[in-house]
Design a protein around this ligand. Structure first.
Ligand code: GLC
Length: 570
């Protein structure tokens, strides 16, 4: 078992007395934002599916964990072809998650606890059951409603071939042919994701108007911000040009694509920002934008656009000191000129959990199908988190990572719901593994996830998760949960942690990285040993926290074990 220091109680935070998130202006510049995946967080009604009432009841847990804000993946009306990222009504809560009053109550309760709330906005596409799309199908070619989507005639003699060569991110062509009202095979429509997720045509003013209204709807309800789904996809290159290559998925993230990261998207965000700024209380936007470089990502967070963008380059960096140091430098350099905070993230609902990624040989792949060496993965995941929380800017934590959960790599095919699993050559077919309901308490499934009156949880939880529950880990100073609690408490209390735009690199032995952060009221040093053997260095200061065994000190030097990150105060 690993050990780490535990601060006795949550220490006085800067601006003590105010709720976690309301300490300073620019709260989002250093916020730790916790992602709740509503299907899998807590199930109040016992139908095996998480819900808003379940989340509401567990908000005190998040306050005590020490996060500043909660981001909820979509809970809107949806046929669930892509777990809610296929929205059929943007102003309605899906009955499986509750009703609008639950969303309003959740915001209210969170605010009373000092937590901010960020909702997911899905503007790139809707559900094929959305009223507009259904009407577009009914009205036929050339109709006004079809212009709100990307409908095109097919190629080939009888229009039997897709309008261009784009492939869906979930595998297969990005186009589906419709049957026209008269029963004939007709036009094709574009869907970058599943066929049940038609892309909106953002050149159409009605689309832009509708989303401005949707923003106001939730802002009026009191939400503190939005995570923008596929923020890089809304605008497509003029004329929808062929890409000329197959296996396009392999290019994602590295190359310029005619459907991603087009300059035109920025106009949309420049038109959204004033809406947010009209509302009191510093509401924010965070972009899910997979771009080829951090410099491209920085474009989304220019001062008149969005506040934050996920740093997927960091997420995809293997647990290797030099690579981590490089990506930290690149990130800070890219963000400095635009004045936006860097963000750091290791896990989310689309990638293999970092405890499993790091259990496998170093890779930049975000989807791993093998469990690997669990103990090693957990050890590295803990070290990686402690490193992440020491970096300047804002950090994202995905539900369950604070319990050290691995991906469930052996889910039976029959229970898998990820649409890309069921489509040819999808790259992300294994996302169910990180979406399994989290264990709260007790020795048997569903481990306090819900009362189970109607059957098991929507994805089965492994037997081994009894020992990973919140209940088991609470109060155990060696547990991952207590490590997160300690790290977040220290982060909130230490003047040199949180916001900032630079680190001062220190000399470090091979395989390790070390940096200092300074503030008028105190300095801080972090050392991460990513290597497989211990490293030695002069004692930098007063030990604050370690992700592993307590480092041994002798003769003014300290030995940091393999795969361990340590914090000191100077
Ligand atoms: C984003 C979401 C992912 C979803 C996709 C399509 O990448 O995070 O879960 O499948 O968009 O909406």
């Amino acid at each position: 078992m690993t050990q780490h220091l535990v601060v006795p109680a949550r220490p006085a935070a800067r601006g003590e007395g105010e709720p976690n998130a309301q300490r300073r202006t620019g709260w989002w510049r250093e916020a730790v934002i916790y992602q709740v995946y509503p299907r899998s967080f807590a199930d109040a009604n016992g139908d095996g599916m998480g819900d808003l009432a379940g989340i509401r009841a567990r908000l005190p847990y998040l306050r005590d964990l020490g996060v500043d804000a909660v981001w909820l993946s979509p809970f809107y009306a949806s046929p669930q072809a892509d777990a809610g990222y296929d929205v059929s009504d943007y102003r309605r809560v899906d009955p499986m998650f509750g009703e609008l009053a639950d969303a309003a109550g959740l915001i209210e309760d969170a605010h009373a606890l000092g937590l901010r709330v960020v909702f997911d906005l899905v503007p790139n596409h809707c559900s094929d059951q959305h009223e507009w799309f259904q009407q577009a199908l009914r009205e036929g070619p050339g109709s006004a409603l079809r212009k709100r989507f990307h409908f095109r005639a097919g190629q080939g003699e009888n229009g039997e071939l897709p309008p261009n060569d784009w492939e869906s991110i979930f595998g297969g062509p990005a186009w589906t042919r419709v049957t026209e009202p008269d029963g004939t095979a007709g036009e094709w429509y574009l869907h970058l994701f599943a066929p049940e997720q038609p892309d909106f045509n953002w050149e159409h003013p009605a689309v832009a108007d509708e989303f401005r209204s949707i923003l106001r709807f939730w802002l009026d309800l009191g939400v503190d911000g939005f995570r923008i789904d596929v923020a890089h996809g809304l605008v497509k290159a003029e004329g929808l040009p062929d890409l000329g290559v197959h296996d396009q998925l392999k290019l994602l993230g590295n190359d310029t694509m005619p459907f991603f990261d087009q300059d035109g998207v920025h106009e949309i965000y420049r038109s959204w920002r004033p809406i947010l700024d009209e509302y009191p209380g510093e509401r924010i936007f965070v972009a899910e934008a997979w771009t080829p470089t951090v410099d491209r990502t920085a474009n989304y967070v220019r001062s008149d656009e969005l506040h934050q963008a996920f740093n997927f380059q960091y997420l995809a960096t293997p647990w290797v000191a030099e690579k981590l140091r490089d990506v930290v430098d690149l990130t800070l350099e890219a963000m400095r000129p635009v004045g936006a905070p860097a963000t750091w993230v290791l896990s989310n609902h689309d990638v293999t959990r970092h405890a499993t990624r790091f259990a496998n040989p170093p890779t930049e792949a975000t989807q791993i199908r093998t469990a690997g060496d669990r103990a090693l993965g957990l050890r590295r995941a803990r070290a990686a988190t402690v490193l992440m929380l020491a970096l300047p800017g804002s950090a994202y934590v995905y539900q369950g990572e604070e319990l050290g959960l691995p991906d469930v790599t052996d889910l039976p095919d029959a229970v898998r719901q990820d649409p890309s699993f069921h489509r040819a050559s999808g790259q992300d077919g294994f996302r169910d593994g990180c979406r399994v309901p989290i264990p709260w308490s007790g020795g048997e499934a569903p481990y306090g996830f819900g009362p189970v009156t109607d059957g098991p949880s929507w994805l089965p939880q492994p037997d081994s998760w009894a020992e990973l529950s919140v209940e088991v880990q609470t109060g155990d100073p060696t547990s991952t949960l207590e490590l997160y609690r300690s790290a977040l408490a220290i982060r909130a209390a230490h003047p040199a942690l949180g916001a900032g735009d630079g680190v001062e690199w220190l000399d470090a032995p091979a395989g390790a990285l070390a940096f200092r952060r300074t503030h008028a009221d105190g300095a801080f040093v972090c050392v991460a040993n990513t290597g497989s053997s211990p490293v030695r260095l002069p004692v930098p200061g007063r030990l604050l926290l370690t992700s592993g065994e307590e480092p041994v000190e002798s003769g003014g030097e300290i030995v940091i074990p393999a795969d361990t990150t340590v914090w000191w105060s100077l």
